[in-house]
Structures are given as C-alpha cells and as structure tokens.
Design a protein around this ligand. Sequence first.
Ligand code: ZN
Length: 188
Amino acid sequence: MTDVKADPRDPRPLIGEPLALDLLNTRWAGTPVNDLLAEPDGYGIWLASAGLADRCRTADPGLTALRETREVIAGAVQELCGKGELGAEAVARLNGVLRQGRLRRELGPEGPTERVEVDRPEWLASWLAVDDFLDLLDRGARRIKQCAHEACILYFFDTSQNGRRRWCRMAVCGNRAKAARHYEKARG
Ligand SMILES: [Zn+2]
C-alpha cells in the first residue's frame, strides 16, 4: 500500500499498513472508540485510501461485508498476538471469506495475467484484505503486532530488520510511554 496516497479526508492516526492491518486500523483509541466504518462516508474514504475506489463499490452490502471481515481478521490477529497461533475457528472464518473469490491466472496476448474473481462484487475488498493477511502470515506471523502502548489499539507489520518495533508511531505512543515511565520514576 505504500504506493497509494491516502485520501486527504482520512482522519485516522495511522495509515499505510498492509491492507489487512489497515482494515483493523479503521478503529482507533477514543471514548467511545473511533470507527471510520461506522458510516458509509467513512467506508468510501477507506476504499480511496486503500487504493480500491476504482475496483470496489461503495454501496452498503460492501460495507456490511467489510465490517464482518474486520471482525474475522481482528479475531485472528488477537489469537496470533496472544497465543502465537490460529485456532480452528479463526481459520474456518478466514477461509469462509476466501471462498467468496479466487485468483484467476491466464495466459493473455501480453503474457501471464492474474485477476481476482468474486462471486458477489460486495466481497471484493474483504477478499483482498484476507488475501493480504495470508501474505503477512507467509512473510512472518510474529511481525504482526499490536502497538505496545496500553491505550492504543492500532496494529502494524514490523518490517524492521531486528523485528523489535513496539510502537505504531514512536513520536506518539513511544514517547507517551517514555514520559509515563519517567513520571513513575520521579514519583517513585
Ligand atoms: Zn500506538
């Protein structure tokens, strides 16, 4: 997603993680929790930021499918971050979304091509998000992380060389945590 420019209307604090985690990052800390997918407008903004505005419909069924898929991926990521592996139910739910579509390869006049086919168009964004999640599992499930700040609910894929990234954004969550530790010590 790095080659995609976020929609200027996008209000989220963290944008640009791989699609599966970017979908989780449509929720961020607040009271009540902020949710970009609470309204159809926000859904349109998410599609634009994800570079999917041309491929996916903004009509309601797509939003319903996407909200459902967000729960599926969130459940899977929580299991990964907690237990380090996926349970049978999480696997079944992920496969349930993947069964809505398939990757079709063909040999065209210009050479090999591939495209995603979905049975119902409203499932395209969801299918792509779960497909991306599989890609992350391939690249390293342990690099899928939740920000270490206790009040932060954002996720990121740790692409650092040593795999020790802890914060969604060092400038925000890392420094808040540092300040809190400093305060504890000073009070100590
Ligand atoms: Zn954070």
